[in-house]
Ligand binder design. Structure first.
Ligand SMILES: Nc1nc2c(ncn2[C@@H]2O[C@H](COP(=O)(O)OP(=O)(O)O)[C@@H](O)[C@H]2O)c(=O)[nH]1
Ligand SMILES: [Mg+2]
Length: 217
């Protein structure tokens, strides 16, 4: 006689959502000044693109992406990328989010090279003990989900960083990689793919943390 299991299997990765509440995730957009962080956010949220450059200080946005037929809440912190940022501010941003889009421009070599420095800062901030979001031990040890985003892919004649270099760096640093352009309408430029990829990674991390907790008890 076959038996039917009730409840989710421990081995099935489902987003942790104990009371059927809407899942909420928080991400920050990091990367050098002028690489296209704000343009990505504006394309994703409002479907618009502006040629005008307005430096960002620190802007919060909210969106409600649909993942697997369910609406979730995504809080987005758009940062300025100014090198004068104090380390404590950068660390507090990194510790307050579940995931990050680390952005470089495919048209500029230097910001691409500096993604390694940003990545080191992310690792340092997220491994500092006792100060993780939520305070739980498993939260302290977790690395945020990171997607490496090569922006301005429409500027093919200005390209300085190949797609393969981007993919190789992402592989080496255990990140996902997406190339996109905020200047081109969705359908041709997968800006939303970058956001969906980080939400998917955050869902998986949360499900894994939940499973680890269940296995401990
Ligand atoms: N052609 C093109 N220009 C872009 C793209 N993304 C940003 N820009 C331009 O690059 C400049 C800096 O972009 P912005 O998003 O403000 O950079 P941030 O400092 O990283 O937030 C602006 O003039 C944008 O219009 C893109 O995908 N394609
Ligand atoms: Mg900006």
């Amino acid at each position: 006689m076959s038996s039917t299991k009730s409840g989710p299997s421990l081995l099935t990765l489902q987003p942790y959502n104990p009371k059927g509440k809407r899942e909420t995730y928080r991400i920050a957009i990091l990367g050098d000044e002028g690489v296209g962080k704000t343009a990505l956010v504006q394309r994703y949220l409002n479907g618009v693109f502006s040629e005008t450059y307005n430096p960002t200080m620190e802007d919060w946005h909210i969106s409600h992406p649909v993942m697997d037929g369910r609406i979730c809440t995504l809080e987005i912190l758009d940062t300025g990328g100014n090198e004068a940022y104090s380390t404590p501010l950068l660390e507090s941003w990194i510790r307050s989010v579940d995931g990050l889009l680390l952005v470089y421009s495919v048209t500029r070599r230097l910001p691409f090279t500096k993604t390694r420095t940003w990545h080191r800062a992310i690792l340092q901030a997220s491994s500092a003990s006792g100060r993780g979001r939520g305070g739980g031990a498993e939260v302290m040890m977790r690395r945020p989900a990171v997607v490496l985003v090569g922006s301005r892919a429409d500027r093919v004649w200005e390209r300085e960083v190949s797609a393969e270099e981007g993919r190789a760096l992402a592989r080496a640093l255990e990140m996902k990689h997406v190339e996109c352009s905020a200047a081109i309408q969705e359908g041709h430029a997968p800006v939303a793919d970058a956001f969906r990829a980080v939400v998917r990674m955050m869902q998986q991390q949360r499900a894994e943390a939940h499973r680890a907790r269940l296995l401990r008890y």
